[in-house]
Design a protein around this ligand. Structure first.
Ligand code: ATP
Length: 136
């Protein structure tokens, strides 16, 4: 089956939402194929977010992602890449649709970076690249 990388970001772990987020992934019918708790290095995050280098939110994003532990999930299922992004909702938690992880649980703290609880790969290419990074 298709696989994707899902991250429960430091805000999700700190707010004790890991179980709730994993519950939603499983309730949708996706398999948790692998799971680890990670304290990532700056190097790993720089590779993960290489496409955003130079953007105004890049440094705040790295600082945020370095601020606590992250739960990395290898999830599998039919069309799981698209399906998880739909479960997650859009980037901004204020306007993410109710019913989604970000829409139901996300908070806007008014900071330079959106602390939006989760990450999900956005294509088969990024899924392959990101799974290799986080499950090396
Ligand atoms: P999505 O596009 O659904 O948010 P994503 O998490 O992969 O998925 P990216 O566009 O790749 O989002 O951005 C990575 C992360 O950077 C976002 O999840 C968010 O935490 C932060 N971010 C993105 N755009 C902004 C922005 N304009 N202002 C503040 N933070 C942002």
């Amino acid at each position: 089956a298709e696989e994707t990388l899902i991250l429960v970001k430091p805000d999700g772990v700190a707010r004790n939402l890991t179980g709730e987020i994993l519950r939603r992934i499983e309730a949708k019918g996706y398999q948790i194929a692998d799971l680890r708790m990670v304290t990532p290095s700056r190097e790993l995050l720089a590779e993960h977010y290489a496409e955003h280098e130079g953007k105004p939110f890049y440094e705040p994003l790295l600082e945020f992602m370095l601020s606590g532990r992250i739960v990395a999930v290898r999830a599998s299922g039919n069309r799981v890449i698209e399906g998880f992004r739909s479960l997650a909702g859009t980037t901004d938690p204020t306007t993410a649709a109710p019913g989604t992880i970000r829409g139901d649980l996300g908070r806007d703290w008014g900071l330079a970076v959106q602390q939006n609880l989760v990450h999900g790969s956005d294509s088969t290419e990024s899924a392959e690249r990101e799974l290799a990074l986080w499950f090396a």
